[in-house]
Design a protein around this ligand. Structure first.
Ligand code: AMP
Length: 291
C-alpha cells in the first residue's frame, strides 16, 4: 500500500492511475478505523480499479476544541487494517499543508440541509466538512467516493455539493455497520467507558422502539420522538442533542411520518456525542453487512 503525506505526491499517484486507464475510488476518514470504514473501502473497490483512503482529523469541522483534542488516533492499527482490506494508497496530509497560515477560503452550503440537526447544534461543522472534502476531491481526483449512511446528513450534503459545484465524480453511500448489539460503529465509541458503552445502547433501542410504534400505525412525529426521548433520557448521564423526523427526499421536517421519513437523533453519553437514525418502516436493527 502506497503512503503519501504530500499533496503533490498524492495527486501524482491519482493522475498516474487515471492515465493508466484505472478508475480511482476514494474513502475519506478521520482514522480510528473500524469495520464501518472498511466496508466503504470494499464498496469502493467493487466499482473502481484502485482505492485510496485518507486519514486526517480535520480541525475545521470540530465545534468543540475538547472533542478535537480527544479524538482517538490509532495510526499503526489503521494502516494495518487498510492494507488487509486491500486499500492501494493512503493519504496522510498534515494540517500545515491543508490549512497554511492565513487560510481563508471555505465551501459553505446554505438551506434546509445545513440548518438543522447536526448543523443546528454544531455551528460551522458542515462548513468544515464541505471545505475539507472539496479540498480532498481536488487532490485525489477520484472517479467514485464512498460515504457512510451513518452520517446521513453529511452524505446528502456532499452529494449535493458535488452536483451543484460540478465535481464530476460519483458519490456512493454505504450502509451503517453495527456492533452485534445494535450500536452503530463509530470512532467515538472508543471513548466510552464500559458503563457508558451499555448506556449508549439506549439510542438504537429507542430508534427501534419508535420504528415499532410506527409499524403498528402511529404516525404523529411527536409521539414517535417521545418514545425515543423517554428511552434515552431514562439512562443516567445522557442528554438528547436533537431528535427529528425528516423527509428523506428533501430533509424537510414532517409532522406526520410516512414510509420516506427518517428518525434521526444525537445523544450525549457523558462527554461523548453519538448519532444514529432509522428509516421508519425499515428493517429492524441491527443491520450488518459483508459478514
Ligand atoms: P469518520 O472517520 O468518522 O469521519 O468517517 C469516515 C467515513 O466512514 C464517513 O463517510 C462515515 O459516514 C463512515 N462511517 C462511520 N461510521 C460508519 C459505520 N458504522 N458504518 C458505515 N460507515 C461509517
Amino acid at each position: 500500500m502506497d503512503q503519501f503525506t504530500s499533496i503533490a505526491e498524492q495527486r501524482a499517484w491519482s493522475r498516474g492511475q487515471r492515465r493508466a486507464g484505472k478508475r480511482v475510488g476514494f474513502v475519506p476518514t478521520m482514522g480510528a478505523l473500524h469495520e464501518g470504514h472498511l466496508s466503504l473501502i470494499r464498496q469502493a473497490r467493487a466499482s473502481t480499479d484502485v482505492v485510496c483512503a485518507s486519514i486526517f482529523v480535520n480541525p475545521t469541522q470540530f465545534d468543540r476544541p475538547e472533542d478535537f483534542a480527544k479524538y482517538p488516533i490509532t495510526l499503526d492499527q489503521d494502516l494495518a487494517m487498510l492494507r488487509d482490506a486491500g486499500c492501494d494508497a493512503v493519504f496522510l496530509p498534515t494540517k500545515e499543508d491543508l490549512y497554511p497560515e492565513g487560510f481563508s477560503t471555505f465551501v459553505e452550503m446554505v438551506g434546509p440541509l445545513t440548518d438543522k440537526m447536526c448543523a443546528a447544534t454544531r455551528p460551522g461543522h458542515f462548513r468544515g466538512v464541505t471545505t475539507i472534502v472539496a479540498k480532498l476531491f481536488h487532490i485525489v481526483e477520484p472517479d467514485v467516493a464512498v460515504f457512510g449512511q451513518k452520517d446521513l446528513q453529511q452524505a446528502l450534503i456532499i452529494g449535493r455539493m458535488v452536483r451543484e459545484l460540478d465535481f464530476g465524480l460519483e458519490i456512493q453511500i454505504g450502509p451503517t455497520v453495527r456492533e452485534k448489539d445494535g450500536l452503530a460503529m463509530s470512532s467515538r465509541n472508543r471513548r466510552l467507558s464500559v458503563v457508558e458503552r451499555r448506556i449508549a445502547l439506549a439510542l438504537p433501542r429507542g430508534l427501534e422502539l419508535a420504528n415499532r410504534l410506527f409499524k403498528s400505525g402511529t404516525r404523529e412525529s411527536i409521539k414517535l420522538i417521545e418514545v425515543l426521548g423517554t428511552e434515552v433520557l431514562q439512562e443516567e448521564g445522557t442528554a438528547l442533542d436533537y431528535a427529528e423526523i425528516v423527509d428523506l427526499r428533501d430533509f424537510g421536517e414532517v409532522e406526520t411520518a410516512t414510509d420516506s421519513s427518517v428518525l434521526a437523533a444525537a445523544m450525549f453519553v457523558g462527554e461523548v456525542r453519538l448519532i444514529d437514525h432509522i428509516k421508519l418502516g425499515g428493517a429492524a436493527m441491527p443491520v450488518t453487512i459483508d459478514e
